[in-house]
Design a protein around this ligand. Sequence first.
Ligand SMILES: *Cc1c(COP(=O)(O)O)cnc(C)c1O
Length: 364
Amino acid sequence: MTRAAEAFISTSALRHNLERINQTAPQSKITAIIKANGYGHGIVRVAQALEQRVAAFGVASIEEALTLRESGIAQNIILLAGFFEPGELQIISNYKFSMAIHSQSQIDILERVTVSMPIPVWLKIDTGMHRLGVPAAMAENLWRRLMACSAVAKPIGFMTHLASADDLSSQQTQEQLECFKNAVGHLPGERSIANSAGLLAWTQTRSHCIRPGLALYGVSPFAETTATHYGLQPVMTLRSRLMAINLYKQNDSIGYNATWTCPEDMPVGVVAIGYGDGYPRHAKIGTPVLIRGVRVPLVGRVSMDTICVDLRPCPSAEVGDSVTLWGQGLPVEEIAHSANTIPYELLCKVTPRVKFVEENSSTC
Ligand SMILES: *Cc1c(COP(=O)(O)O)cnc(C)c1O
């Protein structure tokens, strides 16, 4: 048996999720967010599965955008942070990318350059996230400056990013919407506001264009719910196998620093997955894995190549059995919570040691 850590990627689940998002916001165009290697799912694979069904793709850098073009993706691609250096602008123009413009210094540069084909632009406005974006009070003035740039295609769109849409009790989303409206409500052009949490929970954020990331991958952005609540299916299922089953005595300790002790004589399974594969090292004792459809708890510390599990709930388990770490049957939201992180991070951090296997038909 070779080392068995595998990430199964269901492109049919991906398309299903896109369809669900489309039903949720039928009036909106969809920019599928596929930065960070498609949230760890494989940027080209995700783009190929969705290309015919979305209006654009959103990425974080020109490298990601070029990877897509080089793989034959002809679809519109938006650089969500725009350009980092003036030298990128002619490439952006040549490859027909669009870009968000988030700062005055980017506009200063745009005013000085000429490119062969004007570049479609979204002016990104800071409405309260306070990360990237031009101040709302300056939006109109900066928009006028952009309108005068020969390097910028017209009309110009407006976008903003929500800081707390995943928190249903927060006032901030409402405040951001107000701020956005006051800043650019009177100016012509498309608007783009919603991320996954916005489009699922805040009707008014569903403007001309929505920008789902996490929801596409079949994961809930909310702490209180999992994706099935929204009819979404997990796209990635991380699986490995049981590589050993050992019987230990009461009071035997398990793993590094002996953080867990057997309460009785019992079977302990060793699974071929660890933080070297992207399984979170901080997963708490008790974090579930799925064997033969049964949830069994993690015991002891996560090692680089292995984890140990309490096999008492699944006495029929055998060496070689498939073990699901997250995905179909075991929401990654739950694992993230148990590891004190967010599902975004777990998905992005699966390492190249894990074999990626594409599945075209949903098995659930
Ligand atoms: C990453 C990103 C998104 C997607 O956010 P999700 O929470 O994954 O839906 C949308 N817009 C921008 C600007 C982003 O950077």
